[in-house]
Design a protein around this ligand. Sequence first.
Ligand SMILES: *Cc1c(COP(=O)(O)O)cnc(C)c1O
Length: 508
Amino acid sequence: MHYQSTRGSSIKIKSTEAIVSGISKDGGLFVPEAFPSLTPGKIIELSEKPYYERASYIMSLFLTDFSIEELNDYSFTAYNSNNDNGFTNNKIAPLRKLNSSTYFLELWHGPTCAFKDMALQIMPQLLTASLKKINEKSKICVLVATSGDTGKAALEGFRDVENTNIMVFYPKKGVSEVQKIQMVTQTGSNVNVVAVDGNFDDAQTGVKQIFSNKDFTDDLKNNGVLLSSANSINWGRLVPQIAYYISAYCDLITDKAIRPGDKINFCVPTGNFGNILAGYYAEKMGLPVNKLICASNRNDVLTQFINTGVYDKNRPFYTTVSPSMDILISSNLERLLFELSDKNSAAVTSYMTSLSEKGKYKITENVKNELKRIFSSGYCSEEDTMKTINKTFYDEGYLIDTHTAVAYKVLSDYRENAKDKTISVVISTASPFKFCNAVLKALEQPVNKNKSGMLFKDDLSLIDKLSQATGCEIPASLRLLGNKTPRFNETVNKDNMKESVLKFIKEG
Ligand SMILES: *Cc1c(COP(=O)(O)O)cnc(C)c1O
């Protein structure tokens, strides 16, 4: 299988090259030339397999430069529950039944307690293997700007991976306390974590400027260092995510909740559109999907888009209790537009040009109709996010995080409006213990910290409070945070990020 760019130049590359390059030279994103199909028989066959085999089979359909043995090997390393730093649930991506028509797909049993682990536990293996296969000898330096979850998941994924270094920039004010402690206590000999004096956009812009500084990157290349990114536009991050949609369907068959061929809905808390796009790709492969419901928080640019066909980022940016969805430009939407417009790369290019020049674009009626065929959308206010956490816990006995709550509320609204009784799966993207402060508030529990006199320990005392208030078990990796020592305390000005990278590369 080959990959092409959404912007249409005649580029045609292999999966290994797509994974190493990340983004296409013409500014577009890499997409598969065609979608492999998943037969009903194959879905039944997969439902008898463990998660890692489901994942390696799905990946093998797209990553044809790898043998199934190689993919099985990476997949087993990533998705097993036998080591201290890996997944803590042996189903890897378990389905939790709430009632006869509502299930939650828990994607947060990995080492960093957010769904980013599903891709970032395997992507470093795909990247280093791809480098070998294309005979690229440079050492890789991965740069990441994070609003919280990606940074930690990338650090865990790349920690002590041969021939790589990883450097993460996070906004000094803009990540939760638990997220910050997770990052600054990161172990590994090839990692570095730096706070940026600014918000997420400053950190992100800084990293983008480093990538586009040709003199700088050429210089590094001559010294044997290749910059790489681990963000969600990389094909190596998307392809592993297709697997859990299919896995959820397999588990519903095994549980006899559905018969093979029955259609189901997925409702996805969305930010950069990577997660839900993987669901769309699963549907294109033949997974029986009725609706993909895109859930937004107060930053509801995607809901507006799906309802009106106009994407307009000229609007206020809100900081919310679901920070991983606080985003105004959803990069992976470009890949969806490409498919919806029947691979019309000229149209995609004009939308993206309009987005960068005017901050908005409008899709044609045809594209909009295609969009509406499979997607539905809704948004959830801050108040409703808190109410949903409260109600879901006290009335239904299930504790969910702020992002998952957005999706659950949007699903409930959708059901009421559409009168749709199809079995629905809410994609649960983070452990509630990552967002203790907001979750405790939602449960109307006191959030005053136990003062030990140490900032670090004080912040972590909220984790214990949440466990005491709910009787829910603290994920092992978060419970152990209290024993760890902070290793990184550097803060840089947003204009000095390049120097900081250079220093890290030189001094290791
Ligand atoms: C990243 C993230 C999201 C958004 O996922 P996208 O693929 O960017 O749409 C939602 N919830 C959590 C907890 C996340 O970490």
